[in-house]
Design a protein around this ligand. Structure first.
Ligand code: GLN
Length: 447
């Protein structure tokens, strides 16, 4: 049924860059066989899952929606993909994204933009816009994305679905194409928090092939998600309700806070004084790490190689010049600049220090509250092309989501209402590290 929806509507939405019809049908038949034979079924037995095209899938193209990797077919699966297969998931295809996950609209894809299923003239958010749109358009009940600076939560908000970024280190990054390694984290998309809990549970766990993966038992999220939290203390940061916040988004968040209060939750004002630096800090650290990670695309080891060049140096630069799109080049240049001798202390090192202050703000706030509730983004989905000549405006739209990545915290985006134009509005819930269970249960109370 999901494959039929894809066939009927994905020409308009463009959520997928690769659909694996035959392999999906084979996998579904295998689950049927297991069921009939009375074998033990996995957590995701028979459930279709769409996977962002930044995660390595054995024998299936993994392009990062870049010309650089347009012909890359990995010989191995990402750890999270292995866990999905082991849990009986049916992998139906790879979803569209901003090139190398750099963007907030899925317009920076080499294969063309994904469109928001609620309004095809609008962006689905990004960079995991294909995964969010696939769930919103009923092309898959579950999807996987990655969140380096909001790339799961913001598109979930724009598309009216649930999207979650776990604690940094909860899910192995082995086989995830690196963008900014100290921020990248894999996470689930679903129609509701129960679905997100299920997919999170299936993908979590220790893996020694990612040195930052946390070795702690996986909580049975899907078993506890329905249990409301008694005496929940909700932090509301005054810095989150300032200029630039759309009044309809503000009204939806305030209404949601009222729903929590009616269930016995207590609201407390908190302060996150360094959150105003999150955009500046993120757009120094993420491009710096990206400039280093993307140095591997040299036309020799991986991906695109220019056809004509004079010498070796020319081969590197021609291959990179042809293989990377504008936004990726912008990030590599910003990052190379911030890391260069003479600027390192002033920009990169300074950004790392402020990153620590942002984390400490959260540590202080969480001494007093259990979760923090905020908007996901300042506005509902913007029009395609709205930020074409305005990269800074696009970066500023990440204001509410970046801090969780800089601090390594888990966070979720859930639907919290509709704008007068009929566009979804998202609500964000954040909690201390490894408190995914608390995030999910608090979000479920509002659903
Ligand atoms: N919008 C942010 C960026 O462009 C976040 C991307 C992400 O989380 N992958 O870098």
């Amino acid at each position: 049924a999901y494959l039929d929806v894809i066939a009927a509507h994905d020409e308009d939405v463009k959520a997928f860059v690769h659909v694996d019809r035959d392999a999906a049908l084979d996998a579904a038949r295998e689950v049927d066989r297991q069921r009939q034979a009375g074998e033990k079924l996995g957590l995701l037995a028979g459930l279709p899952v769409a996977v962002k095209d930044i995660m390595c899938t054995r024998g299936v193209p993994t392009t990062c929606c870049s010309k650089m990797l347009a012909n890359y077919v990995p010989p191995y699966d990402a750890h999270a993909v292995t866990l999905l297969r082991n849990a009986g998931a049916v992998l139906i295809g790879k979803t569209n994204m901003d090139e190398f996950a750099m963007g907030s609209s899925t317009e920076h894809s080499y294969f063309g933009a994904t469109r928001n299923p609620w309004d095809l003239e609008r962006a689905p958010g990004g960079s995991s816009g294909g995964s969010a749109a696939a769930v919103a358009a009923q092309m898959a009940p579950l999807a996987v994305g990655t969140d380096t600076g909001g790339s799961i939560r913001q598109p979930a908000g724009f598309c009216g679905v649930v999207g979650m970024k776990p604690t940094y280190g909860r899910i192995s990054r082995y086989g995830l194409v690196a963008f900014a390694s100290s921020l990248d984290q894999i996470g689930p998309f679903a129609n509701d928090t129960a679905g997100a809990a299920l997919l999170l549970e299936a993908m979590s766990g220790y893996d020694n092939r990612d040195s930052t993966c946390i070795d702690t038992p996986v909580h049975p999220y899907s078993k506890t998600v329905e249990e409301p939290l008694a005496g929940l203390k909700i932090g509301v940061a005054k810095e989150h309700f300032v200029d630039g916040l759309d009044p309809e988004v503000e009204a939806a968040i305030n209404a949601a806070l009222g729903v929590y209060e009616s269930q016995g939750a207590e609201l407390r004002e908190i302060s996150l004084p360094h959150s105003k630096y999150a955009v500046s800090v993120y757009y120094l650290i993420a491009p710096s790490e990206a400039s280093s990670n993307l140095a591997r695309y040299d036309g020799v080891h991986y991906g695109h190689r220019a056809e004509s060049f004079e010498n070796m140096i020319d081969m590197f630069s021609a291959s990179r010049g042809e293989g990377f799109g504008h936004e990726v080049k912008r990030r590599v240049m910003l990052g190379t600049y911030a890391l260069s001798a003479g600027y390192y202390d002033a920009y990169y090192l300074k950004a790392l220090k402020v990153r620590r202050l942002i984390r400490e703000d959260f540590d202080t706030a969480f001494q007093d509250v259990d979760v923090i509730v905020s908007p996901v983004s300042p506005t509902p989905a913007f029009k395609l092309g709205a930020h074409d000549d305005d990269p800074l405006g696009m970066y500023l739209s990440d204001i509410y989501t970046l801090s969780a990545n800089l601090a390594g915290l888990p966070g979720i985006s859930i639907p919290a209402g509709m704008s007068s134009e009929g566009l979804p509005i998202g609500l964000q819930v954040l909690a201390p590290p490894l408190q995914e269970d608390r995030v999910l249960r608090a979000a479920r109370m509002f659903e």
